[in-house]
Design a protein around this ligand. Structure first.
Ligand SMILES: Nc1ncnc2c1ncn2[C@@H]1O[C@H](COP(=O)(O)OP(=O)(O)O)[C@@H](O)[C@H]1O
Ligand SMILES: [Mg+2]
Length: 257
């Protein structure tokens, strides 16, 4: 059971700007939640507070019923994938995957045998079995992104956090990786919080979407529920109008007989 809760969470940056305002949101065990909204609405700030990369100004963040506000990132047992995923260029793919596990200290340290086993399992899951001895520069963009994802998953995180992980990829690859991410979620069932500004990406990946505007949660619900019942003009304009336009364009490009 890994449930995440934001309880009246506010983030005020040092310059006084309030990027997140009184956020109340629960992410259920095993759920794939997408935080969606326009650039600058507070998505990354929301995610970074959960990761422990930003302090919380007010309110609480709970993981598994325990308050984590003061826990350092490394103690939160989260996996993270960002837009700019830096792989270690001089290490092999296998070493990149196992790096976090090899650096762990004390009780968290797995045996060498267990680490080898985890690398093999993760490589199989990510279809990277034949790439383990290569260096990152020998891999395609899509394969490198799979390594970044595998590196987050190999630690069997309580929660998987992704911040616009596909936005550097071209359209076709983005499409493939979207399907891949959803497949992995079906297979692993890890509680996931995924940030994007892309409406179609949100609709196709999410169990539930949470729409933010100017630091305030507007609406959350199953993608089609929100699409069919937008609570205000912002959601209607940002989600529904936009998607209707995309569908209309597609219908014009590929008219039905
Ligand atoms: N360190 C900071 N200091 C002041 N304002 C910031 C800081 N980081 C982000 N912001 C502002 O907070 C708002 C939300 O940023 P962010 O969470 O990155 O938005 P998003 O990920 O939705 O594009 C933006 O207006 C941004 O300019
Ligand atoms: Mg962002």
């Amino acid at each position: 059971m890994v449930e995440v809760r934001y309880e009246s969470v506010t983030k005020q940056y040092e310059n006084g700007f309030e990027a997140v305002k009184g956020l109340d949101l629960k992410i259920n065990d095993g759920e794939f939640l997408v935080l969606l909204g326009p650039s600058g609405c507070g998505k990354s700030t929301t995610l970074r507070m959960l990761a422990g990369l930003e302090d919380v100004s007010a309110g609480n963040i709970m993981i598994d019923g325990a308050k984590v506000n003061d826990l350092p990132p490394g103690a939160r047992e989260l996996g993270m994938v960002f837009q700019s995923y830096a792989l270690y260029p001089h290490m092999s793919i296998g070493e990149n995957l196992s790096f976090g596990l090899r650096m762990a200290k004390g009780d968290n340290r797995l045996s060498d045998e267990e680490i080898v086993k985890r690398v093999q399992e993760t490589a199989k899951l990510m279809e990277l079995e034949d790439q383990l001895d290569k260096k990152p520069k020998q891999l395609s963009g899509g394969q490198r992104q799979r390594v970044a994802l595998g590196r987050a998953l190999i630690r069997q995180p309580k929660v998987l956090l992704m911040d616009e992980p596909l936005s550097n990829l071209d359209a076709e690859l983005r499409h493939q990786m979207r399907a891949e991410i959803r497949r992995l979620h079906e297979a692993l069932g890890t509680t996931t919080v995924y940030v994007t500004h892309d409406q179609i990406e949100a609709m196709t990946l999410a169990d539930r979407i949470a729409i933010l505007n100017q630091g305030e949660l507007q609406q959350h619900g199953a993608p089609l529920d929100v699409y069919n019942n937008p609570v205000n003009d912002f959601v209607k304009g940002f989600l529904c109008k936009h998607i209707d336009e995309i569908v209309e364009t597609a219908n014009n490009l590929f008219p039905k007989e």
